[in-house]
Design a protein around this ligand. Structure first.
Ligand code: ADP
Length: 522
């Protein structure tokens, strides 16, 4: 048996806790064989065993979730909630605290749809594919917004501040009205939902008094069992404007230009300006290009760009809505780019009634679920994996270029292949960098930790924080949020202790440790 246990718990205590859980959900939904435990490992982690779960429990109803929380309190059993557990690059299904029991909500798959207002009320197990299929089957005039890996759940992705590519791509901002089981087992609803039978629960975000919704995002304060998600009305037209930028330095002016478009509202989606490896890593493997260790040299980068006919950076903008409005906006955007480059933008047009291009790279901007970007984990060969490093920058070209240069130098120093993108928000940039690796390459794996820490230290030096991180680095990233000697952490942990006196829910998530496990902080 590969049984693992949380700190301070004996095997007999764990057995008793699992038996009590079986009485709630049925013994077939307490998953505690070696194979079950393997299923919940984070196969992308540098050290999978560091986050091994003791078991998993998979309730079907909110009543069962309430009872599971009560059992966890009685037995002082740490639980780690997942919706579908596909948070790859950030931990997958695996818990931060080794020996936790995964609270697997993937069986809870109900969808209720408010067609008039365009709101889906979803349970945690509803995947992007499920919601997409639902819209198609019911011929509903709405689009989903999907992330690059759409294997996961609508709710879990929004709860970790995942993003998509349409005007509704800031997923966490589209949540409206949650049902939550607090760590003590108390069931509550946020916003207008705090009024029984309110018809505006999923329409008006705030309710009366403090707004709690974001308290349950990237936190360990509650298990979300249902949430309203606003959906984008199917647009009359979609216009694409694509541009390949030849030189690394082109990033600077492109960021300034797109930041302006975002600020003045002409562009509503958050486009990502990405480097040449993005396509190559999903469509080819490294050994097709180069068989030596160390970062890829410039001539190889040139060959990759030539084959895929791409720039050092690719800019891909999308406009959604009424055709005449899109055409007018496209004209203004093209004129702005024409002042900076003689290269014309490639324009693509789609209208309601036309077939959607089957090209996978177009699918995500049209809200169609995809998984092919996950193929980038195979770039190096062997058992592939990846890790995300994503600091938040101010939205200007000088900051972006400075960040790019510094990060690119670090990739070269540690012999890794640069894979960066700049996702342009309304008033910020999220600089998403992928660290691709081969878990069968011991030398490469020995470099990953030091590389990641160096990247975080560089960003912290500039006072940039990360927006999201892998379970391995939650304490590290949380520690960089240091104003007034970590006042935020003290506040987070005061709330944690108040809501979760036994410290049973997701100990260590986002660097927030309950009193009971505070000595586990890395
Ligand atoms: P997905 O399968 O959609 O990629 P995950 O299930 O992997 O999402 O969850 C992403 C993150 O959000 C994890 O840190 C997880 O602990 C948290 N999370 C997921 N679902 C819930 C939920 N229903 N309530 C609270 N936290 C959740």
């Amino acid at each position: 048996m590969k049984q693992v246990l949380p700190p301070g718990m004996t095997a007999a205590q764990m057995d008793r806790a699992l038996a009590a859980l079986a009485r709630v959900v049925g013994s077939e939904w307490v998953l505690a064989t070696d194979l079950d435990r393997d299923t919940y490992l984070d196969h992308f982690a540098v050290d999978e065993s560091a986050h091994a779960a003791a078991a998993a429990v998979a309730p079907l109803t909110v009543e069962q979730v309430v009872e599971v929380m009560r059992v966890a309190n009685t037995h002082k059993l740490p639980l780690w909630p997942i919706s579908r557990g596909k948070n790859f690059g950030y931990g997958g299904a695996a818990p931060r605290l080794k020996g936790s029991v995964v609270l697997d909500l993937s069986r809870m798959k109900k969808i209720e749809f408010d067609t008039d207002n365009g709101v889906a009320l979803v349970e945690p197990g509803v995947g992007f594919y499920d919601l997409y299929d639902y819209l198609q089957q019911h011929k509903l005039p709405y689009w989903t917004s999907v992330p690059g890996n759409s294997w996961g759940s609508v709710l879990g992705n929004a709860l970790d501040r995942g993003v998509g590519y349409t005007n509704y791509g800031q997923h966490t901002e589209k949540l409206c009205g949650m049902e939550v089981v607090l760590p003590t087992g108390e069931l509550m609803r946020t916003g207008m939902g705090a009024m029984k039978d309110s018809p505006t629960w999923n329409l008006y975000r705030y309710g009366f008094g403090p707004s709690w919704e974001q308290m349950f995002v990237q936190s360990n304060y509650g298990v979300v069992t249902k949430a309203g998600v606003w959906m984008m009305p199917a647009p009359e037209s979609m216009v694409g404007l694509d541009l390949e930028l030849d030189k690394p330095d082109d990033l600077g002016w492109a960021v300034d230009l797109v930041a302006g478009l975002r600020r003045d509202g002409l562009l509503v989606q958050s486009p990502s300006i990405g480097s040449w490896l993005r396509g190559a890593a999903t469509l080819t493997t490294r050994k097709e290009w180069y068989d030596k260790p160390g970062a890829l040299p410039d001539d190889v980068i040139g060959a990759i760009r030539k084959r895929f006919n791409i720039g050092w950076w690719s800019v891909s903008l999308r406009l959604y809505g009424y055709e005449s409005v899109n055409e007018a906006a496209a004209g203004v955007i093209q004129a702005q780019f024409a002042k900076k480059t003689t290269q014309p933008m490639t324009v693509s047009r789609w209208k309601q009634g036309q077939p959607m291009s089957p090209s996978p790279s177009v699918a995500a901007v049209a809200g169609i679920p995809i998984t092919f970007p996950l193929a980038n984990a195979a770039w190096h060969g062997g058992r592939g994996g990846h890790l995300g490093y994503s600091p938040v920058l101010p939205p200007n070209g000088v900051a972006a270029m400075d960040q790019f240069r510094r990060t690119y130098d670090r990739y070269k120093e540690f012999g890794m292949d640069y894979h960066g993108s700049f996702a342009m928000g309304e008033r910020s940039i999220v600089n998403v960098n992928q660290v691709l690796f081969n878990k069968d390459d011991a030398d490469m794996m020995s470099r990953v930790g030091g590389f990641f820490r160096a990247l975080v230290a560089d960003a912290t030096g500039k006072r940039y924080g990360e927006y999201r991180t892998h379970i391995d680095y939650m304490d590290l990233v949380a520690s960089t949020y240091d104003f007034n000697n970590h006042a935020l952490r003290r506040a987070n942990e005061a709330v944690k202790d108040a809501l979760d006196p036994n410290g049973i829910l997701a100990p260590g998530k986002s660097g927030i440790w309950p009193r009971r496990y505070r000595n586990q902080r890395a």
